[in-house]
Ligand binder design. Structure first.
Ligand code: UD1
Length: 420
């Protein structure tokens, strides 16, 4: 078990490269299941979650070659449409193999993911949509078994916006008979990226990036090459790291359009953000003003940036408000921040943060990916040596975070940890 040791406070200066998006890479890799042959995905981040999904494809019979940031996946010998509990339990996104497997093989058996640290996170919407497309669904021994000779098109009106549900159904619909319309679809950039790959493979997907996506089913798809979009959550996390330190940081290979809401919120807090092509420069020269954010589906403020913005709020002069409206249990970082001297009250889904007070270093522990990132950020503004335990969460979603922060002048390192 490893921990991260952060010496604070740190003023960051310089430039780094943003990696490919984890949340785009995962569905893109699953989409390769839909066609027989050799696919090449580039700009793939070297992360725990990406390794997990590739391992799953390998178990199912794919030939996987990891030449980071390039990944080659040959799906020719895929003959075992089954995702075991051991892998799904470590990463819920493994459920994204369900749609493509049923579409290509007419059947799939995937472990139900169960709960996770940030809430129950059911997959009922994925399943009822597949049922509407003609699939028979059985839950047995902790697994969901889905069968359908060939799915048919349907109108799917999701009662709430679901990123994974939209992706699963989009992939399933590519090989269905007839046309599928997804209403109230998620509009995340990762959905658009997936649609671009699917269309390169010969699919007919229209409207991705809007709340209505239409997929005309085709008989066959073909392998393709694709480059993953930049990670907007990694981008946002480094934007916060730069702002709380008060230095000037440039993030290259980013996509400013995908973080527009984060940029707007930062500018409203008196943080200078400038963009130029694929670069974003952050400079917080004066006081940071209090923030007021509500997490909502894209293009509004992302839930995956909530924990990091809480650290920004701790640095702001005055009282900030953050409301979490996507997940029911996503304030697990708060008790840890309190141990560092933060002043935060939780009232239902809303956190009231009284900022501008110094934090003191402590040993802290995270329970999910973005919470871990917020604790590293808190370590960057706290006086003294902060130790963040259970960093395997962080390694699931941030490529080379220690190296990137050190390149910007932070003093942070990994060490062996006896504590679990
Ligand atoms: C994806 C992201 C995750 C992000 C989340 C919300 C990936 C790999 N993960 O997760 O980082 O935090 O979007 O932006 O892209 N829900 C149901 N039933 C369902 C499906 C979802 O009730 O069948 C609920 C969830 O519990 C949650 C909400 O809908 O409260 C949104 O979840 P969803 O958009 O599906 O999140 P994921 O795709 O799991």
């Amino acid at each position: 078990m490893e921990k991260i040791i952060v010496e604070g406070p740190a003023k960051l200066e310089g430039a780094i490269e943003i990696s490919g998006a984890k949340n785009a890479a995962l569905p893109l890799i699953c989409a390769t299941i839909l066609a027989k042959g050799q696919n090449v995905i580039t700009n793939v981040p070297r992360l725990g979650d990406v390794r997990t999904i590739l391992k799953l494809l390998a178990i199912m019979g794919c030939d996987v070659n990891m030449a980071w940031p390039k990944v080659e996946i040959d799906t020719t010998d895929l003959d075992n449409p089954m995702a075991p509990y051991e892998l799904v339990k470590t990463m819920r996104a493994a459920i994204l193999v369900l749609g493509p497997l049923v579409a290509r093989f007419g059947k799939a058996k995937v472990s139900l993911p169960g709960g996770c640290a940030i809430g129950a996170r059911p997959i009922n919407l994925h399943l009822t949509a597949l049922q509407a497309m003609g699939a028979e669904i059985r839950i047995l021994n902790g697994y969901v078994e889905v069968e359908s000779k060939r799915l048919h098109g349907a109108v799917i009106n999701f009662p709430m916006v679901t990123v994974g549900g939209t992706e699963n159904i989009m992939m399933a619909a590519t090989l269905a008979k007839g046309t599928t319309v997804i209403e109230n679809a998620a509009r995340e950039p990762e959905i658009e990226d997936l649609a671009i790959l699917l269309n390169k493979m010969g699919a007919r997907v229209h409207g991705a990036g809007t709340s209505t996506i239409t997929i005309e089913g085709v008989d066959e798809l073909f392998p393709a090459n694709h480059s993953v979009i930049p990670d907007r959550i990694e981008t946002g996390t480094f934007m916060v790291a730069a702002a709380i330190g008060g230095g000037r940081v440039t993030l290259n290979n980013a996509e400013p359009l995908h973080v527009q809401n984060i940029i707007d919120k930062m500018r409203a807090s008196n943080i200078e953000v400038t963009t130029s092509g694929r670069s974003i420069t952050i400079h917080a020269k004066g006081d940071i003003h209090p923030i007021d954010v509500i997490t909502q589906p894209y293009p509004l403020f992302p839930t995956d940036m909530q924990a990091q913005f809480m650290v920004l709020a701790l640095k702001a002069q005055g009282t900030s408000m953050i409301t979490e409206s996507i997940f029911e249990n996503r304030y697990m970082h708060v008790p840890e921040l309190l141990r560092m001297g933060a002043s935060i009250d939780i009232n239902g889904h809303t956190a009231i943060i009284r900022g501008g007070k110094p934090l003191s270093a402590a040993t802290v522990m995270a329970t999910d990916l973005r919470a871990s990132a917020s604790l590293v950020l808190a370590g960057l503004i706290a006086e003294g040596t902060t130790e963040v335990l259970r960093i395997y969460h962080l390694d699931r979603g941030y490529e080379n975070i220690v190296e990137k922060l050190n390149a910007l002048g932070a003093n942070i390192r990994r060490a062996k940890s006896e504590m679990y």
